[in-house]
Design a protein around this ligand. Structure first.
Ligand SMILES: *Cc1c(COP(=O)(O)O)cnc(C)c1O
Length: 402
C-alpha cells in the first residue's frame, strides 16, 4: 500500500485509517474542544478595517467547512478541497469553468443527474459533449478534439459497475490542456485515489460513502492544481452553492469511520455476491470483486476492494425484481447508497426510469443492492427469504407500482 500524505505540520507519513480520524481536525484553540465546533456564525468580527482572522463571511469561508476541506484533501491525496451543498453543485461549478465551444468527453453510463446537467442545461450554454464508452481507452482517444478541455469519468458506474482505466485515460490528457475529472463516489478514497492515478480533479457526492449515514446531502471536489482550485473557489463564492456548517460537521463525523465502514461493507458485499452467484433464481451477478466480472483485473489494480454495490439480474424479470425488493426486511427499498444500512432498489423503474427508452436502459430484472455494515449472515438470510417468497408468490404488479 502506498504511503499517504502527511498531516499539515506533521512530518510522519500516516495511513488512511489514521488520516480519516485526524486529518483537518485540531483541538479548538480557545476551549480545547476535541471535536470540530459547528460555527453557525455568518459573519466574523474584524480587528481593524479589513483585518480579520481568515474568515469574513460564511459564503466565502467557514471554519467547520475548512476542517472538512482539509480532511477530504488528505484522504484523496490532494492539496485543495472545496465542499458544496450537493454532489451536483460540485459538478456544476467544475463545468462552469468552461466557455461556449469547449468540448467535454463524458462516459455514456454516468450518474443520471450528471447526464441531465450536461445534456439538458450546460448544452444550452454552448458546451459541446461527447458521451462515449470510456471503458475502452481507444474510444476516448478517438473522441478527443482540438477543443476538448475536460474528460469526465465515473468508475465504477451505476448500476452496471463498469470500470474505466483511470491511469490509461490520464496518459491521453498529458500536455494537451485537457483536465481529467473522476467521480469517485462509488469507490470512495478508501478504495480508490484517482489523483494518484493521474487524474486532475476528484468529485464526490459526499451524500454517499463519505457521509456514510444517509443523513446529509453534500458534494466535494479535490485537486492538487492551485489554478484549478482558485478558479473553482472564485466561481463557488460568486454563485453560492455552499454547504451549511451542520452539514459539514455531519460529513466530518461520518468520515472518521470511513475506513472501517468500507472494510465491513466490502466484506459483506463479497460474501453476498458469492451467495447470489450460487442462487438458482439469479441469471447474472455484477460485482467488480468477483473474478467473473469483465473488469476484475482492472479492479484489482485500481481499487483496494470490490466496493459495496452489487447488481444482479433475476431470471423472473421485473416481477421477480419487484417481489424481492419489496420482500426484504433488512434491505430497505430506497434510492441512494453508501450508508451504514443496506438498501435495495430496482433501477429500471426507480433510479434509471428516466433513461428507460434510451441506450442507457437497464435490464428490467436488475436489482441493485447497497450493502451496509450489518451482520453478513443476517443480510444473506434476509435476501434468501425474500427470494424464496418471490418465487412462490409473485407480488401483484399494480400494488407495487408507485
Ligand atoms: C448521488 C450521486 C451524485 C449526485 O450527488 P448529490 O449529492 O445527490 O447531488 C453524483 N454522482 C454519483 C455517482 C452519485 O451516486
Amino acid at each position: 500500500m502506498a504511503k499517504r500524505p502527511t498531516l499539515p505540520g506533521d512530518d510522519a507519513e500516516l495511513e488512511f485509517e489514521t488520516l480519516a480520524v485526524h486529518a483537518g481536525v485540531e483541538p479548538e484553540p480557545i476551549t480545547g474542544a476535541v471535536m470540530t465546533p459547528v460555527f453557525f456564525s455568518s459573519t466574523y468580527a474584524q480587528e481593524d478595517v479589513a483585518v480579520h482572522k481568515g474568515y469574513e463571511y460564511s459564503r466565502t469561508d467557514n471554519p467547520t467547512r475548512t476542517a472538512l476541506h482539509d480532511s477530504v484533501a488528505a484522504l484523496e491525496g490532494g492539496r485543495f478541497a472545496l465542499a458544496f451543498a450537493s454532489g451536483m453543485a460540485a459538478t456544476d461549478v467544475l463545468l462552469r469553468r468552461l466557455s461556449p465551444g469547449d468540448h467535454v468527453i463524458c462516459g455514456n453510463d454516468v450518474y443520471g443527474g450528471t447526464f441531465r446537467l450536461f445534456d439538458k442545461i450546460l448544452r444550452r450554454h454552448g458546451i459541446d459533449f461527447s458521451f462515449i464508452d470510456t471503458t475502452r481507452t481507444a474510444e476516448v482517444a478517438e473522441a478527443i478534439k482540438p477543443t476538448t478541455r475536460l474528460i469526465w469519468l465515473e468508475t465504477p458506474t451505476n448500476p452496471l459497475l463498469k470500470l474505466t482505466d483511470i491511469a490509461a485515460v490520464a496518459d491521453l490528457t498529458k500536455d494537451r490542456g485537457i483536465h481529467l475529472a473522476v467521480d469517485n463516489t462509488f469507490a470512495s478514497p478508501a478504495l480508490q485515489q484517482p489523483l494518484k492515478l493521474g487524474a486532475d480533479i476528484v468529485v464526490h457526492s459526499s451524500t454517499k460513502y463519505l457521509g456514510g449515514h444517509s443523513d446529509v446531502v453534500g458534494g466535494i471536489v479535490v485537486t492538487d492544481d492551485q489554478e484549478l482550485y482558485e478558479d473553482m473557489k472564485f466561481i463557488q463564492n460568486s454563485a453560492g452553492a455552499v454547504p451549511g456548517p451542520m452539514d459539514c460537521f455531519l460529513t466530518l463525523r461520518g468520515i472518521k469511520t470511513l475506513a472501517i465502514r468500507m472494510a465491513a461493507t466490502c466484506r459483506n458485499a463479497e460474501r453476498i455476491a458469492r451467495f447470489l452467484e450460487e442462487h438458482v433464481e439469479v441469471a447474472e451477478v455484477i460485482y467488480p470483486g468477483l473474478p467473473g466480472h469483465p473488469h476484475h483485473e482492472l479492479a484489482r489494480r485500481q481499487m483496494k476492494a470490490g466496493g459495496g454495490i452489487i447488481s444482479f439480474i433475476l431470471k423472473g424479470g421485473v416481477e421477480a425484481a419487484r417481489a424481492v425488493a419489496t420482500g426484504t426486511r433488512l434491505f430497505t427499498l430506497a434510492e441512494s447508497l453508501g450508508g451504514v444500512e443496506s438498501l435495495i432498489e430496482v433501477p429500471a423503474v426507480m433510479t434509471h426510469a428516466s433513461v428507460a427508452d434510451s441506450s442507457l436502459a437497464v435490464d428490467p430484472g436488475l436489482v441493485r443492492l447497497s450493502v451496509g455494515i450489518e451482520n453478513a449472515e443476517d443480510l444473506e438470510a434476509d435476501l434468501q427469504r425474500a427470494m424464496a417468497m418471490a418465487k412462490s408468490a409473485p407480488a401483484p404488479v399494480a400494488a407495487l407500482a408507485q
